[in-house]
Design a protein around this ligand. Structure first.
Ligand code: B12
Ligand code: SF4
Length: 492
C-alpha cells in the first residue's frame, strides 16, 4: 500500500488535490494499492497514527510553498517517530527547493517535477530493493549525502494519465457556484509558454505547455457529469488557452458552465463573443500592474494599454463575471507606482463596473525568475522547510522582509487598499456613502481611520458560509462576500 497525502488549510479544503490524484491514478494503473488522504491540520496527530499503523511502502507528501510546508513537516515528523516507512516529498515546493527539503531529517526522498512516471518507478525500486540511483528525477540520501538523479523529460502525452476520482470522496469537492450546486476543479493542460517573473512555470514546466487531447477532456467531463452529477467546472490550468483552438473546442462542446483564467492578450471581440456563446460564467485576467515599467520588469508581455483594451471588450459582456488580479510591492516598485496601480483599478472599474478586483503583494516564491533579484537585494530566505509558510498571501497582516523598498506605512496601506479594492463592487449598490466610500478611499489613497472595515468584515463573516436565503441575497448584493477563498487561487 502507498499513501499519498495533502494537508491543506480549512479555507482550501474543498479544492480537490489533483496532483496526488494523478499520481495515485498512475500508481493504481501500475498495480499498486493506493490511498489518498486530504485533511486539515487539526487532524495531523490522528492521521499520523493511522498512516504509521498501515506500514505503507512509502508515504508521499504533496505541498505548495505556503503554510502547507509547515503542516506537512509536522505530519512527516510524527509519522517518522512512529514508523520506518520512507517519507517522499513531491509537488511544487519540493521540486523548487529540493536540496533544502531533502536535507530535513523527516524527509527520505524528494520527487522533482511531474510525479506519475517517477512515483511508479520509485515504487518498483522500493518493492524490488533496486538502487535508487536508477530512478530519474528524485533526490535520496546515501551514507549521509544528498544524491540527485538527473531530470526526466516532461510528459508529452498527458492522455496516458488521468485523475482517479475513486481515490477520494468526490462529494467533498462538489461546491456551489454561480447558482450551480456541483462544481468541480479540473485541469486540461500543464505549463505555460510565457515567462512571467513571479511564476513557477519557467522552472517547473520548463516554459512548455502540454495539453490533454480535446477528446480526452470531453470524455472525462462527460463521465464526471454522468457518474457524479457534476454541473460546472472551475478550470485551474496554468494557461487554459495555451492552444486557443483546442480550448475553444473543449469549451464549446463540453456543454457545462465554467470559469477559468486568461491572459489579457488573448481577448478580442471575436473570442469574447465565442466565450459568451459557451456557458462561460466567469473569467479572470492576471492584470498585475498599472505601470508599464513594472509590467516589463515582471516580463508579463502586456502593457497597460492592452489591459484597458481587454477590459473594454469584456465590458460588452456583463453576463460574464469578470475578475482581475494585481500585484503590489513588486521589486523596486515605488509608492507612486503602487498608487498608479490602484488608480488603474478604478479606471477599470469605471469601464466595467462589475469587475472584481483582487490586489495581493509580491511573494518571492523560490525558483521564480524574480527570486534572484530579491536575494541580491539582501533577503535571507527561510532556512527550514516549515518556515516557507511566510509566503502566504491570504494573511491579513504581515511584514515583507524581502521587500526593503517597502516602508511600514506602505505595508499598512497595501493591506487596506486590498480590502477596499474588494469592496469596490459595493459601488453597484448605488447607496449613497456606502457605494462611494471604497472608491473615494482608493482614489485619494487615503486609508486613515478605516472605521467601515470592521463593520464590513462583520457582514462578510456573517454571510460568507451560510446557505440561508438571506445569506444568498447578501452575497448577491455584496459580491465580494464569499469570494475571498476563490480569489486566493487568482492571487497566484
Ligand atoms: C488549484 C490551485 C490551488 C488551490 C489549492 C488546491 C488544493 N487542494 O491544494 C487553491 C485555490 C486553494 C490554491 C491556493 C494557493 N496556491 Co495554488 N494553485 C493551484 C493551481 C492553479 C493548480 C494545482 C493543480 O491542481 N495542478 C495540477 C496538478 C496535476 O499539478 P501538481 O499539483 O503540480 O502535481 C504534479 C506534480 O507537482 C507532482 N506532485 C504533486 N504532489 C506530489 C506528491 C508526490 C508524493 C509526488 C511523487 C509527486 C507529486 O505530480 C503531479 C502530477 O504530475 C496551481 C497552478 C497549476 N496549474 O499547477 C497553483 C499553485 C500551485 N498555487 C500556488 C500558490 C502560491 C498558492 C497559494 C500559496 C497562494 C496564496 N493564496 O498565497 C495558495 C495556498 C494554498 C494552501 N494554503 O494550501 C503556486 C505555487 C508556487 C509554489 N512555489 O509553491 C502555483 C504553482 C501557482 C503559480 N503559478 O505560481 N491553489
Ligand atoms: S503567470 Fe500565467 S501567463 Fe505568466 S507564466 Fe505563469 S501561467 Fe503563464
Amino acid at each position: 500500500m502507498i499513501i499519498l497525502v495533502s494537508v491543506t488549510a480549512p479555507e482550501f479544503i474543498t479544492t480537490a488535490p489533483l496532483g496526488i490524484l494523478y499520481v495515485g491514478g498512475a500508481l493504481k494503473q501500475a498495480g499498486h494499492q493506493v490511498e489518498v488522504l486530504h485533511f486539515t491540520p487539526d487532524e495531523i496527530e490522528r492521521r499520523a497514527e493511522e498512516i504509521a499503523a498501515k506500514n505503507p511502502l512509502f508515504v508521499g507528501i504533496s505541498a505548495f510553498t505556503c503554510n502547507q510546508t509547515k503542516f506537512s513537516a509536522e505530519l512527516s515528523r510524527k509519522i517518522k517517530a512512529r514508523s520506518s516507512a520512507p517519507i517522499v516529498w513531491g509537488g511544487v515546493h519540493a521540486s523548487l527547493v529540493p536540496e533544502q527539503t531533502l536535507s530535513e531529517a523527516f524527509v527520505d526522498m524528494v520527487v522533482v517535477g511531474e510525479g506519475e512516471e517517477t512515483a511508479v518507478e520509485l515504487a518498483a525500486a522500493l518493492e524490488n530493493g533496486r538502487a535508487m540511483g536508477e530512478v530519474k528525477s528524485i533526490g535520496y540520501k546515501k551514507d549521509g549525502c544528498l544524491m540527485f538523479t538527473g531530470e526526466r523529460p516532461l510528459i508529452d502525452d498527458l492522455d496516458r494519465y488521468r485523475i482517479d476520482w475513486d481515490l477520494i470522496d468526490i462529494e467533498r469537492y462538489l461546491v456551489p457556484m454561480w447558482g450551480r450546486r456541483r462544481v468541480i476543479n479540473f485541469v486540461t493542460s500543464r505549463g505555460c509558454q510565457f515567462k512571467c517573473g513571479f511564476c513557477y512555470n519557467l522552472r517547473f514546466n520548463r516554459g512548455h505547455w502540454r495539453g490533454h487531447s480535446t477528446q480526452f477532456v470531453l470524455n472525462e467531463l462527460k463521465s464526471l457529469k454522468e457518474r457524479y452529477g457534476v454541473d460546472g467546472v472551475r478550470f485551474y490550468d496554468d494557461n487554459l488557452f495555451g492552444r486557443k483552438k483546442r480550448a475553444l473546442e473543449i469549451l464549446e462542446k463540453m456543454d457545462l458552465p465554467w470559469e477559468g483564467e486568461f491572459r489579457v492578450g488573448y481577448i478580442n471581440d471575436e473570442l469574447a463573443r465565442k466565450l459568451a456563446d459557451t456557458k462561460c460564467q466567469g473569467i479572470c485576467f492576471g492584470i498585475e500592474s498599472g505601470n508599464n515599467r513594472i509590467l516589463k520588469l515582471i516580463n508579463k508581455g502586456q502593457s497597460v494599454e492592452d489591459i484597458i483594451r481587454g477590459v473594454e471588450v469584456m465590458a460588452k459582456y456583463p453576463q460574464i463575471r469578470f475578475s482581475a488580479t494585481l500585484i503590489l510591492a513588486n521589486p523596486t516598485e515605488t509608492r507612486q507606482e503602487v498608487i498608479n496601480t490602484v488608480k488603474t483599478c478604478l479606471k477599470l472599474w469605471r469601464i466595467h463596473p462589475r469587475i472584481q478586483v483582487s490586489l495581493g503583494t509580491f511573494l518571492p516564491f523560490p525558483g521564480v525568475p524574480l527570486y534572484d533579484e530579491v536575494i541580491k537585494s539582501g533577503y535571507v530566505p527561510p532556512q527550514r522547510t516549515e518556515d516557507w509558510e511566510v509566503l502566504n498571501r491570504t494573511y491579513r497582516k504581515r511584514d515583507l522582509p524581502w521587500a526593503p523598498w517597502v516602508t511600514d506605512r506602505d505595508q499598512e496601506d497595501f493591506i487596506r487598499a486590498t480590502r477596499y479594492a474588494l469592496l469596490l463592487s459595493l459601488g453597484n449598490l448605488r447607496v449613497p456613502l456606502v457605494s462611494r466610500m471604497p472608491y473615494w478611499r482608493l482614489a485619494h489613497y487615503n486609508f486613515a481611520l478605516p472605521l467601515e472595515l470592521p463593520a464590513l468584515e462583520w457582514l462578510e463573516r456573517k454571510f460568507e458560509d451560510r446557505q440561508s436565503a438571506l445569506s444568498r441575497i447578501m452575497r448577491r448584493l455584496l459580491p465580494y462576500i464569499g469570494r475571498r477563498g476563490r480569489l486566493a487561487k487568482s492571487e497566484t
